[in-house]
Design a protein around this ligand. Structure first.
Ligand SMILES: [Mn+2]
Length: 202
């Protein structure tokens, strides 16, 4: 098999008393998704992540929604981060750094990522967003990003300098995140066989 035929896949199953999560991600996919967490808007966001990242993404979460959506969303994000890291493997030949800006009508999201091996999140959003989108608590967006970053071990900067509609503000972030993760994880034809770090490891 040539290098370009190899699919980088991560699979994580995580079960606690609060949730049971299964995530599978193929970084070299076509954007095919199969998402079911029981939180409609979060499913919509993970669908964006797969589609616009060109990742094949399967997510099945069975969580304690009788309490609220918090554990379900958090644990899914942790598993997604772990699966992403696993799929990246030794990071040989990746681009490593990327940024993407995505508008959604009146809202703009700007995402910059370094697949550095070190977790760090910087996140800003407009003040005064609507608190809920369906059953999705809009304060969870930052927590999703924190959870993903902690497990994926990446440096991630996500900014929404302006926007009004909460659905647009959150969705623009997931689309920009998808694009940035796609470009950063893609194989750089000029870096075949090379780990893009002066340390020799990421
Ligand atoms: Mn939408």
């Amino acid at each position: 098999m040539s290098r370009s035929d190899q699919h980088r896949v991560g699979r994580v199953e995580r079960t606690t008393k609060e949730t049971s999560v299964k995530v599978e991600i193929d970084l070299d996919g076509t954007g095919k998704t199969d998402i079911s967490t029981g939180v409609g808007f979060y499913d919509h966001m993970l669908d964006q992540l797969g589609r616009h990242g060109f990742f094949d993404l399967t997510v099945k979460t069975d969580g304690d929604l009788h309490i609220d959506t918090h554990h379900t969303i958090e644990d899914t994000s942790l598993a997604l981060g772990a699966a992403f890291k696993q799929a990246l493997g030794d990071k040989v030949g990746i681009r490593r750094f990327a940024d993407a800006s995505v508008p959604l009508d009146e809202s703009l999201a700007q995402v910059t990522v370094d697949l550095s091996g070190r977790p760090y999140l910087v996140h800003t959003e407009p003040e005064g967003m609507a608190p809920m989108i369906g059953s999705y608590d809009t304060t969870m967006t930052r927590h999703i990003l924190e959870s993903f970053v902690a497990q994926a071990q990446v440096a991630l900067h996500v900014h929404v300098p302006y926007g009004r509609n909460a659905h647009h503000i959150v969705e623009a972030q997931f689309k920009a995140l998808a694009r940035a993760l796609r470009y950063a994880s893609e194989l750089d034809p000029r870096a075949a066989g090379i780990i893009p770090s002066t340390k020799g490891a990421l």
